[in-house]
Ligand binder design. Structure first.
Ligand code: CAA
Length: 387
């Protein structure tokens, strides 16, 4: 069977950010709690001129070109902070990116897990439609509220991928283990624009699911940690991934342990500077690993632990392909490094200006340098503009 996987991948986050040290001082906490205890340094701040759709358009725009435009026949949009209870966010993307009309478009939801469901669905779809390509987007704004326990684990951004046969970046292995269970560790009722979480319980479930899946995966495929070059994790805050990795580290091979820990540092580097982006989080970590690690080679196996509250988890494997270090990773670094750091006061004003229940509003889009922006609402219809 031909190999199917990730051919292109890109990340977008808006131009504003907040230092976690300053947030800690404003909240009268020891900064080390945020920097070390949670493993977060900078948090993406989402202006009211960006939402899950505009961020997705900005991420996907860079991986669509004249070679793949007409081959994309399926858009899968994974989000848990979507803007419409009926219409798929992907249909807006189709128009904004001038994609042709003969495309199926769907939105997927299962908290932070949905993008992984999208990857596995795309893989199965492409095995039957080998000439086609799939555009998969994971786009979210993690929003818990000012002065809440979840505030430190906010953030936002969008990861877009093209999946196809004979991909450049990584092939998706058949080896996978998944589990789901109806639990209330994190949820967002229809009437609320902020998430509710039973925070400590959610971290417990995250780790228990990983422990279970890792054990079952190793048993079923007769593999162990030495079969993996790197392990990446959903990172609502990066210390949680480290806790999960420690459950799998070898106890009898210090060199391998050190190598896995070093690669984990590469994999969490950019997540430390963004915060949580829900569905896209584990795939930002993949980009961070590929961009920042210098000891990866084609065919290396990477283990991926995807977790979505509510709850669902999957551990699966990818193998790096020949061209996994992509040119656009440099532009991603530049975008992250060049953001404007704002004060806690400005962050709070921006947080409170997010459009939630308005029926008509025109936003000031001039201050937002992104190519695609959310311009407001007219007659209850969301308006998007291209700069
Ligand atoms: N120096 C160093 N470390 C310190 C410290 C200091 N001065 N002070 C505290 N710490 C450490 C604590 O020991 C703790 O680490 P350990 O768990 O390793 O002991 C860490 O900092 C955090 O401290 P607390 O547990 O006291 O922090 P908190 O009560 O503020 O809650 C949280 C943290 C539960 C993650 C909260 O931010 C939250 O509810 N977040 C939202 C829910 C979430 O992200 N859950 C993750 C799993 S669910 C999921 O993955 C889906 C999703 O994306 C939401």
């Amino acid at each position: 069977m031909n190999k199917i996987g990730i051919d292109k991948i890109n990340f977008f986050t808006p131009h504003l950010a907040l230092n976690m040290k300053e947030l800690a001082e404003a909240r009268k906490e020891d900064p080390d709690k945020y920097l070390i205890g949670l493993g977060q340094e900078i948090m993406a701040v989402i202006p009211n001129t960006q939402d899950t759709i505009s961020m997705a358009a900005n991420a996907a725009d860079k991986i669509i070109n004249e070679d793949n435009r007409d081959k994309i026949k399926l858009i899968i949009f994974a989000t848990e902070s979507g803007v419409d209870n009926s219409k798929s966010a992907g249909v807006y993307i189709q128009r904004l990116l001038n994609l042709p009309p003969d495309i199926r478009v769907i939105e997927l939801k299962e908290a932070c897990y949905a993008a992984t469901a999208g990857i596995q669905l795309a893989k199965d779809y492409l095995s039957n439609h080998s000439e086609e390509q799939v555009l998969l987007i994971a786009s979210d704004i993690a929003r818990y509220g000012l002065n809440t326990p979840g505030e430190t684990t906010q953030g936002g951004g969008s990861v877009a991928m093209i999946l196809k046969e004979n991909p450049q970046i990584a092939t998706i292995s058949e080896e996978t283990k998944y589990v789901s269970q109806d639990l209330m560790d994190f949820w967002r009722p229809l009437y609320s624009d902020i998430a509710y979480a039973d925070g400590h319980y959610s971290t417990k479930v995250y780790l228990e699911f990983f422990k279970y899946l890792w054990k079952e995966f190793c048993k079923e495929y007769n593999e162990n940690i030495n079969d993996f070059k790197a392990m990446i994790f959903h990172l609502p805050f990066t210390k949680l991934g480290l806790k999960a990795l420690r459950l799998a580290l070898p106890t009898d091979n210090d060199d391998k342990k050190e190598q896995l820990l070093n690669d984990f540092e590469c994999a969490r580097l950019w997540n430390k500077q963004i915060g949580n982006l829900y569905t896209g989080s584990v795939y930002l970590s993949l980009i961070s690993l590929l961009a920042n690690s210098s000891d990866l080679h084609s065919n290396d196996a990477i283990g991926i632990y995807s977790y979505g509250s509510g709850a669902e988890g999957e551990f699966y494997k990818i193998n790096l392909a020949n061209n996994f270090k992509q040119d656009n990773f440099k532009a991603i670094k530049k975008m992250i490094d060049n953001r404007t750091i704002i004060s806690v006061d400005e962050y709070e004003k921006i947080f409170n200006s997010t459009v939630t229940t308005e029926k008509n509003i025109q936003l000031d889009i001039d201050k937002d340098p992104a190519k695609f922006v959310f311009a407001g609402i007219k007659n209850e219809q969301r308006q998007y503009t291209k700069h």
